[in-house]
Design a protein around this ligand. Structure first.
Ligand SMILES: [Zn+2]
Length: 142
């Protein structure tokens, strides 16, 4: 990726950062306004907590995005942009254009995702959380 392309990506990232910051500011104001109008009955309270929860969910996604963008901007500034943080190889242009905040080359990303997927709960997934013995007893009883 040449310096001009990196500069273009930088501008894209800065714009996106700006948008996220504006979004977060707006949400923060919304949160405050929910607090201000303290609800009178339990129904209102419920609505307030639900909307707060969804706001929180939305902001946490945006905050993650913001961190990734800021890290990418730092890498651009530090001259390490476009290099895999794990193996140091150059990340493909196509990947960077699609995901300017990508820190790893595709190969390292896949290795990492595989590790994350296998690190979690390794027990086989079941629809019911009933141990087999108990389920069997129930079937016999029913
Ligand atoms: Zn790599």
């Amino acid at each position: 990726m040449n310096p001009i392309e990196i500069e273009q990506l930088k501008q894209r990232l800065q714009l996106q950062r700006q948008e996220i910051l504006q979004f977060l500011n707006r949400v923060e104001r919304e949160m405050y306004s929910i607090d201000d109008h303290s609800p009178q009955d339990s129904a209102d309270q419920c609505v307030a907590s639900v909307s707060k929860e969804s706001l929180f969910e939305r902001t946490s996604q945006q905050r993650t995005m913001l961190r990734l963008i800021q890290a990418a901007l730092r890498r651009i500034q530090g001259g390490s942009f476009g290099m895999c943080a794990t193996c140091g190889e150059v990340i493909k242009d196509r990947r960077l254009l699609a995901l300017p905040w990508a820190q790893f080359c595709l190969r390292c990303q896949e290795v990492q995702e595989f590790q994350e997927a296998t690190q979690g709960d390794v027990r086989p997934h079941s629809d019911t959380h009933v141990p087999p013995a108990t389920a069997e007893t129930w079937r016999r009883a029913g």
